[in-house]
Design a protein around this ligand. Structure first.
Ligand code: NAP
Length: 430
């Protein structure tokens, strides 16, 4: 029997498990520190994007195969170490994603009211780490930093009416806070221009159909229309959306302004954020941004930095600090230790990008471990955890948590997610 442990039950973890479980004589343990599976699908993908979240049914198919086991509520680093896992399993695959924000390295970034997107997204998506975030929504201005899809998610969630969350699984504390929100002006800052955005057309298009919010782009920021011809088709569609936002009159109570060539250089406020100091930029021949010296201030009671994520390092595991990911040779970190998904590549691509990645790393691992090295595997982990009084949450347990979440939902909502580990365990009678 060959034994493989995957750390992290998000898309990269389950796509890798999907490939591994097709092999003979293999037992795959998918370990997660939360009692609930699916990582980014549950706590990252926007709650009003239920069709994307539906991919979890595919992971469920993998989780329910005989040779795959979910080992929830087990924290690698606390309940069991990486070295112990490497000793127990023929291969250990880190599919831990990139849950930490890249730091916003400007003066004032530590003021109350400056929040990273991991925290804000986790808050409205019910991640237990961020249930108590309580973001300040009491001022009209919000600055969202970054020109990627996360910035779009954040701006859209801030702009939606309670009615627009129908059918979503946004958690109650966020739904209630947003319903009382004073936010009226959302400024999305991009340090480069419309041709350098990292926003996809579907997500940009959604902004044009919001009930009480209008997206606006200053036509002066757009390059001549003929220049769009050189863009790849997806990007061209995105820029076409931006062009359509130049025509929007201020007819709705909430505005979402795209502020291009705009780099935040400081955040100021008396005890909490009150304004963001922005410097105009220009691009060099390599399309890198440089400050022009011209600055202005934007009033804001909340700043959300959406400038990308990084993988938390694990002591003893080689790490690339500049890129915020594990150091690996195409996925091989050390003998018996691998990385997949964002933990390997860094935080880019869609959920689907993890499918070929998981398949490739799964096949690589199968080739490397051959028939296995007679390791202790599952029974070894179970004995170790029992000796430490750690009781894992099984997949069957998770299904009971899920049933309780579905039963708690009102108004046609798909589920009312539990936002604390205690509530999840209470649903199991623990
Ligand atoms: P991203 O796509 O890498 O975008 C990060 C943005 O932050 C870029 O515009 C970048 O600008 C900017 N930035 C970086 N450092 C900055 C700084 N110091 N100051 C100002 N701006 C800075 O990251 P993301 O939005 O977090 O998304 C992560 C991944 O998840 C992406 O692959 C994304 O497509 C995916 N995602 C997909 C969906 C969806 O499909 N619906 C939803 C959410 C996320 P530069 O280009 O100038 O570096």
């Amino acid at each position: 029997m060959r034994h493989v442990a995957i750390v992290g039950s998000g898309p990269a973890g389950y796509y890798t498990a999907e490939t591994l479980q097709k092999a003979d004589d293999i037992a795959v343990d998918v370990i997660d520190r939360l009692p609930v599976p699916y990582g980014l699908i549950r706590t990252g993908v926007a709650p009003d994007h239920q069709s994307i979240k539906a991919v979890s049914r595919r992971y469920e198919g993998t989780a329910l195969t005989d040779n795959v086991r979910f080992v929830g509520h087990v924290s690698v680093g606390t309940d069991v170490t990486i070295d112990e896992l490497v000793a127990l399993y023929d291969a250990v695959i880190l599919a831990t994603g990139a849950p930490n924000d890249r730091p916003l390295d400007i003066p004032g970034a530590d003021l109350p009211g400056v929040i990273g997107s991991a925290a804000f997204v986790g808050w409205y998506n019910g991640h237990p780490d961020f249930a108590d975030l309580n973001p300040p929504l009491d001022a009209p201005g919000v600055v969202v930093i970054g020109n990627g899809n996360v910035a779009l998610d954040v701006a859209r969630i801030l702009a939606k009416t309670p009615g627009e969350f129908a059918g979503s699984d946004i958690v109650a504390h966020a739904r209630d806070a947003l319903a009382q929100s004073a936010v009226r002006h959302i400024q999305i800052l991009g340090r480069r221009g419309p041709h350098q955005i990292a926003m996809t057309p579907k997500e940009l298009g959604e902004l044009g159909h919001l009930e009480r919010a209008s997206p606006r782009v200053d036509p002066a920021d757009l390059p001549p229309e003929g220049d769009d011809a050189m863009l790849e088709p997806g990007m061209r569609k995105s820029v076409t959306h931006l062009r359509s936002f130049t025509a929007n009159p201020v007819a709705k109570p909430v505005t979402i302004d795209f502020d291009f060539f705009a780099m935040p250089i400081a955040i100021e406020g008396d005890g909490r954020v009150q304004r963001v100091i922005v410097e105009r930029t220009t691009l060099d021949a390599d399309l890198r941004s440089h400050g022009t010296g011209e600055t202005y201030a934007l009033d804001a009671g909340l700043v959300i930095s959406c400038i990308g994520y990084q993988t938390p390092p694990i002591p003893g595991v080689p790490y690339e600090h500049g890129r915020g990911r594990f150091a690996s040779d195409e996925g091989r970190i050390l003998p018996g230790l691998y990385a997949v998904g964002w933990a390997r590549r860094g935080p880019s691509g869609t959920i689907g990008t993890n499918k070929p990645d998981g398949a490739r790393i799964g096949e690589m691992v199968l080739e490397d471990i051959g028939r296995g090295g007679g390791k202790a595997g599952r029974p070894g982990l179970d004995a170790l955890l029992a000796s430490r009084n750690v009781t894992p949450v099984t997949f069957r347990d998770w299904r009971r948590i899920e049933e309780a979440e579905v039963a708690a939902a009102l108004d046609g909502r798909p589920r009312e997610k539990f936002t604390s580990i205690e509530t999840m365990l209470t649903a199991l009678g623990r």
